[in-house]
Design a protein around this ligand. Sequence first.
Ligand code: NAD
Length: 332
Amino acid sequence: MNIAVFSAKSYDREYLGAASAAAGRHIVCFEERLTPQTAAFARGCEVVCAFVNDRLDTEVLGLLGAGGTRLIALRCAGYNNVDLAAAAALGMTVVNVPAYSPYAVAEHAVALLLTLNRRINLAYGRVSQGDFSLEGLMGFDLHGKTVGLVGTGRIGTITGRILQGFGCRVLAHDPHPPAETLAAGFTFYELDELLAQADIVSLHCPLLPATRHIINASRLARLKHGTTLINTSRGGLIDTAAALDALDSGQLGRLGLDVYENEAAFFYDDHSGAPLSDALLARLIAHPNVLLTGHQAFLTHEALTAIAETTLQSIADFAAGRPCAHALLPSS
Ligand code: NAD
């Protein structure tokens, strides 16, 4: 069974390579993203392993199907980039890795919050140049602050528990909170009420048609003046232009992002040699109250090990004709 891996970086080659060698399977890695132009690389491969910014729409799935692909193995949790109905119509199975290390992402969300709040990025730059002044580095205690979690699945719940450890009061909004989350001591609110009460809002819900721009201009207007907003989930949850306007007015105090709604054209590649062609991304990077990382919250040893092992297990189940535990249905 041939396996084509798209968007393969050095760490993918290392971790997927080790897991596939242990499983006695051979992978072929392509650094290129999966697009209509690169889909032909997978011709003859029954399995395509894809990542968050690979294109898996009707056109690409049709090209892959014509080339013999029968399993799409996403090495990530989110699947907003896959047309599941089109895959089902082509008779393809799609699997994801629903839980690899939720701690990796939750800890990154807290890292963004702490770095933004205490201006660690600015302080590091100053100190490295011999500037030990403190003007402009004022933060606030997390202790006693109210945090609002939007989405309390695996990652949101861990983020809330970590922040409870800082002495925060944790509010949550989730239309279908998992049973175990209900024991975490969060107080559940409707979204608009949560936004009105929180000092810090952290997004942990999936990107779905219903959640696209869940944080828009009218929701930003409901925030307490100066609220800190963190998004490690998917960029499309936030109307970025509206968030930048809210930052400029001071309505939004700080914005910590690991994801950006138009990230697919930039993230995971080095664009430092040319001016950024995306005006919103350029505004985010230049804004003093924004901290942006390039969709790296998953990037820990534990997460990459679990991603590789789960992906190879799904491939083994598919090859053996067993049901795949992490198969995604069009209704997912
Ligand atoms: P999960 O499925 O365990 O939890 C998602 C929760 O969101 C569920 O409880 C669901 O009921 C809730 N939800 C759905 N619609 C909602 C809405 N309208 N408002 C509030 N909550 C809503 O998922 P998870 O493992 O916690 O992951 C959350 C998201 O994190 C994923 O969808 C993915 O996009 C993102 N993620 C990002 C990275 C990264 O590297 N930055 C890595 C992994 C996952």
